[in-house]
Design a protein around this ligand. Structure first.
Ligand code: CS2
Length: 506
């Protein structure tokens, strides 16, 4: 195995067919701070900035900020910020080296450097990928959760915060004190109205822990455009790293595999200058909401559906799931019959082909996207992916049976044992509470379901108080335990084919 490691010094040794960043990228100044320098940012926004600088110039290098672990800072420091991405699709793969990240800071140990960037006039944009739970909000209300453990920890030390909101507020306070330029903050997480949500919780946070002066400065100097991001980027695997090293003929501990597809739609509401997004097909629009709704319900909604069912059936990856004929048909039936009617599409958008393309994207077996990875944080994902769709149908007196199977599968997953007896585990911020509720009623499935439906942070609107829905859920959950999920899925498909939506299962 080669000992050479990817870095600026070894860039010239990368095999010819792999493209490397041009000097204009490596020599540009930093213009963006990105909080949450994980795989998604490195595979989505960072390559776009590289392409923009190569096509149109500009100082749009990124300083990444990690809040929880020094791992990415260590890896990218030893590689001068360079790493490879393998972009895969049915029509082929391409690998390229990304060089648009200047460095990654581990904020808890490099707070002074973080502040230097945050006050700099060169910084025009701050972006975030901190996952749904990183906003420390109550999903059903969108309000800051003051009882959140990270917020409680911040209270003790605002100069060494735990939450991303704390780091943002700390940096913006320094920017205000330095009388620096206005800045645009873009949330790149899978949440509806993500910009408005971020603005709301950040202002609440500043009111609580700082003062009205900072709140007013933010209101006049910062914009929070909504944005919709899309690219499937799984967690790094050992095999992925090994095959990248072979391909590059050198070590790359930051190597990523992702799909070729990439999309970013941003509300055109910038407080300062921005990269020439038109160069790379990033769309600046007046209203992002329809794009967010489309993506959250169609892609993320079906992702969560296959995640819980997949965990219960030992279908380890998304590609494994859609390789199973019953499961693939189930997914597209739920998409067509239950999700599509609930979506208010962007004007002129063809939703059916979009749905078909999604299934094709899921079939990409080069991407080892674990169902257990997607299953994580259901208490934050279900409220934005499924609950609005279920409420849409309940308002018409209809129980959407496919999503009912989804909720029952999620509930079964709380037992952490698959149908074949295999143990699995995935994190959830309120996992302990959910587990406790599930186990304390293990002998009483009816109560188990009623208690889960009473988790207000997950289930709001009709779904939480609709007796027909809870009775149907109890029935499906029991059926699932006795007959297995596959049987239910088959019954669902059969009834859907006969077009008897109300008779699918109940
Ligand atoms: C996935 C997303 O893990 C998950 O919850 O649904 O990360 C999904 O892969 C991305 O949103 C795709 O753009």
């Amino acid at each position: 195995m080669t000992k050479t490691t990817l870095s600026r010094n070894t860039l010239s040794q990368v095999p010819q067919h792999i493209s490397v960043p041009q000097p204009c990228v490596l020599g540009a100044k930093v213009g963006i701070v990105h909080i949450g320098a994980g795989n998604f940012h490195r595979a989505h926004q960072a390559p776009l900035y590289q392409d923009i600088m190569q096509n149109a110039g500009g100082d749009w290098r990124v300083v990444g900020v990690s809040l929880r672990s020094p791992k990415m800072a260590d890896i990218l420091t030893s590689q001068d910020g360079l790493y490879s991405i393998k972009e895969t699709s049915i029509s082929g793969n391409r690998t390229r080296i990304i060089g648009s990240i200047e460095r990654v800071l581990f904020a808890p140990q490099q707070a002074a450097e973080y502040l230097e960037y945050m006050v700099s006039q060169n910084i025009k944009i701050i972006t975030l990928t901190i996952t749904e739970k990183g906003y420390c909000h109550t999903p059903s209300t969108g309000k800051l959760d003051l009882s959140h453990q990270d917020i409680i920890a911040d209270q003790k030390n605002t100069a060494l915060p735990t939450s991303a909101l704390g780091w943002l507020a700390y940096g913006l306070k320094a920017r205000m004190d330095a009388a620096s330029e206005p800045v645009t903050i873009i949330s790149c997480d899978n949440l509806p109205d993500n910009g408005r949500l971020l603005e709301g919780v950040l202002l609440e946070y500043c009111q609580e822990f700082y003062n009205a002066k900072l709140v007013n400065w933010i209101k006049s100097n910062v914009t929070f455009p909504n944005s919709m991001v899309d690219r499937i980027v799984p967690a790094t695997t050992k095999t992925g790293l090994q095959s990248a090293s072979q391909h590059l003929a050198m070590q790359d501990a930051g190597a990523l595999v992702c799909e070729q597809f990439s999309q970013w739609v941003i509300k055109d509401n910038f407080a300062n200058t921005h990269p020439d997004f038109s160069q790379v097909g990033v769309r600046l629009v007046a209203d992002v909401a329809p794009y967010q709704e489309l993506k959250l319900r169609m892609l993320n909604g079906t992702h969560s559906l296959l995640a819980y069912i997949g965990c219960m059936l030992d279908l380890e990856t998304v590609a494994d799931f859609v390789d199973d004929a019953d499961m693939k048909t189930f997914l597209s039936t739920v998409m067509n019959n239950e999700i599509i009617p609930s979506v208010s599409c962007p004007a002129g958008f063809e939703i059916k082909p979009y749905g078909q393309d999604l299934i094709d994207r899921f079939c990409n077996s080069e991407i080892h996207h674990q169902t257990a990875q997607i299953a994580m944080d259901g208490s934050h994902k279900i409220p934005v992916r499924w609950v609005p769709v279920i409420n849409y149908w309940l308002a018409q007196g209809i129980i959407p049976q496919g999503l009912l199977i989804g909720i029952a599968a999620w509930a079964l997953c709380l037992g952490q044992v698959s149908e074949s007896g295999k143990r699995f585990d995935f994190q959830d911020q309120i996992g302990d509470k959910l587990q406790q509720s599930w186990h304390s009623n293990a002998q009483n499935p009816k109560q188990q379901m009623l208690d889960l439906l009473s988790f207000k942070q997950i289930f709001s609107g009709q779904i939480a108080r609709n007796d027909r829905f809870s009775s149907a859920l109890i029935k499906v959950y029991n059926q699932m335990k006795t007959d297995g999920i596959r049987q239910l899925v088959k019954t669902y498909i059969k009834s859907a084919q006969q077009d008897k939506p109300e008779e699918y299962l109940t």
